[in-house]
Design a protein around this ligand. Sequence first.
Ligand SMILES: [Zn+2]
Length: 417
Amino acid sequence: MRALTATALAASFFLSPLFRPAQQRGVVLAFRNVDVFDGSRMIRRTSVLVRGGMIRAVGPNVEVPPSAEVIDGEGKTLLPGFFDAHTHLGETQGEQFLKDALDFGVTTELEMWGSRHSLALRKVAGGDTEMADLRLAGIGVTVPKGHPTQMGGSSFPTLSPGDDVQAFVDARIAEGSDYIKIMYEHAFPTVTKQQIEDVVAAAHRRNRLVVIHISNQSDARDAIEAGVDGLAHIFADSLPEQGFAEFAAQHHVFVIATLATLESITFAGAKPWWQDAPHLTPFITPSMRRSLELKFPPGFGAKLKLTNAEAAIGALHRVGVPILAGTDVPAPGTAHGLSVHRELELLVRSGLTPVEALASATFEPARAFGFYDRGRIAEGLRADLVLVNGDPTVDITATRDIVGVWKLGVRHQRPSK
Ligand SMILES: [Zn+2]
């Protein structure tokens, strides 16, 4: 272990749960008579005590100090704040996106390619109780003229043949990347399978995970074979081939589903789902609505079918591949925070039980990405919490009926639009 410098010690103190703004340190909260989804199972009619931004006790006999604000949970379910395991913040609206996310119960976003703007936000988002927390890939790995260089924005470094892969990966880690994202997309020039293997080796040497963009089954197979830790999308070009799911399971990958965006890409109906979600629509801001009303260009994804993606998620899930709820917001037709609720519903449609779908947005991403401070309701974890009416372990759409959102034990005032 490297010795900690005084500066590092000071920094770790300010990032630690011991350091909280005054209004958080004093807050004592108690949820009583509440059903708790703890990240993997339901605990009926119990109590949860929160102090100083952390969960201090869970159980039927929790002692509630007289100073506590007591919240009656009768008929309600308390859940860990949700993850969205595939998002983008862009270069200008990141802060607003993280606020939108929190409005809908998402307390942690995992960005899957970003800019210097998100690298800066990453430093403040953790302790800010008005926006979701953030972990990120930063600048990912692509080749000159590769995806997403066609999308414009600020220029960023790319990996050319013969470049030192370790130096490239180390530069990303030095910039602040929490994990490494590779773009493997044959609609454009793209990395070779050898380069994927080299990036995986370079990242693993530094204890960093590697996630990869793929958009078809054959690329998914290549990427898994090359040793990546996770797929950042499921494919929708074909039904899963015989043995694909078992192959993925043997290689211990996780899969971020992004069904919400695949639905938007393939949507041909008249009325998108969110127009029929009365618990959500009052909280949709004008900028979210613009994103929801955007459409992919005509013909984009013409060969894709949502049912292929759902079948693949179902098959992977049946053989034990961890499925993570992620949306790829703000792709056209999606919006930060809101789209997670649709993702959960589509995961249930793919064959996950509601309990498993809820785990895919809480415990599973925490486990896959190595967060030990969140994703569950248990003593000693961050009090990032969502309280909803009803029982989402029976009807997954109950996640939409949000009573309250807390980050670090501080109630987030959801603005009604
Ligand atoms: Zn993406």
